[in-house]
Design a protein around this ligand. Sequence first.
Ligand code: AMP
Ligand code: GLY
Length: 423
Amino acid sequence: MDILVIGAGGREHAICWSLAKSPKAGTIYCAPGNAGIGEVAELVPIQVNEFDKLAAFAEEKQVGLVVVGPDDPLADGIVDVFEAKHIPVFGPRKNAAHIEGSKTFMKDLLKKYNIPTAAYEKFDNYEQALQYLRSRPVPIVIKADGLAAGKGVTVAFTREEAEAALKSIMVDKVFGESGSQVVIEEFLEGQEMSILSFVDGETVRPMAAAQDHKQVYDGDQGPNTGGMGTYSPLPHIADSMIEEAIETIIKPTAKAMVAEGRPFRGVLFAGLMITPDGKPKTIEFNARFGDPETQVVLPRLKSDLLDIFLAAVNGTLDQAEIEWSEEAAVCVVLASGGYPASYPKGLPIGGLKEARAAGALVFHAGTAKNEAGELVTNGGRVLGVVGLGQSIAEARDKAYEAAECIAFEGKHQRTDIAAKALI
Ligand code: AMP
Ligand code: GLY
């Protein structure tokens, strides 16, 4: 069966790499992909927002399945476009992807169904928002309602920071229409974890849990990024806690979406905080695979990813075989100097062969080939280096050893990925 994967990041590289292991997979196309994805898939020069071109390509090639990676096309209804043409597609429709596309919708849904999350108020008026903000203690969290490339959230530790964040969202409109509403939310302390699940309506099949590192610098310092590294499993978090999160948060949310007439089919990604009282609470829901969570989760999948996607599309997800290996995985992201602010592009990258020879998986994110055919940087997050091992310590050593082999000007990585799991 030929397959079309849509997206261009490390997540999509991991998805294509995992699909390529399926004996049922024929040609894997990826639009637009990146230099590394080109090693396992045929690259198609169509952008993720060109829905009609993508649908025409899928029809022409008669692909048996389309898989959508990123949030923006999902929120804009790409799945509805494929479904209207009767092309099998894995991903949520627009009305279900709304759980990520609008934080006010998500918070109101959780409140209505009594699903644990941080207390909040929402505003579409700046003066009222400011008045409320001034009545609340810090730390406090300010969130733009809509999608903002992972940058719409400020955890403010001072009043100045909080007011500046509110102004930049609502007055300066740095995120455009995504900032026409804001959520002002209680600050939650604790350990974060990400649980991604394959979901079809009320059927929830959780994947192995993972933990991301959002801030750009060691010790969780500096601005938030899309994610600087991940690991899985989480040895310092009890299985009973993960089970509780699934039973009290993820399954009730899938059920609530069905009750609201927005059944979710695809990957539902729960960002959770385990608060000091030992209870998991929801921070966010995403309507897609996480990046770089996928890079540590899919290498641990023992079952056939294509079979799981097809089961979800055919309504038989409850019967799908989904097994996880005991192995640990650690992903270290190599970023361009300057990221998450501005950064240069087109810098030559060396040492990939050596990194792979050191036993790591290297997933490409922002890479391209230049006119001379050399591999160059082409984004903020450039590569994800994944080590696998019998323990987090072993996987981590392997990832860092391999990351050392790779060189490009300005390369930045955190040195403390998975450190929390080793204490
Ligand atoms: P989000 O884009 O919603 O994932 O938020 C980005 C990051 O901000 C999360 O991964 C958390 O680290 C942090 N964050 C979001 N909401 C809260 C909250 N209510 N309390 C503490 N930290 C939060
Ligand atoms: N790594 C977090 C995300 O994909 O949103």
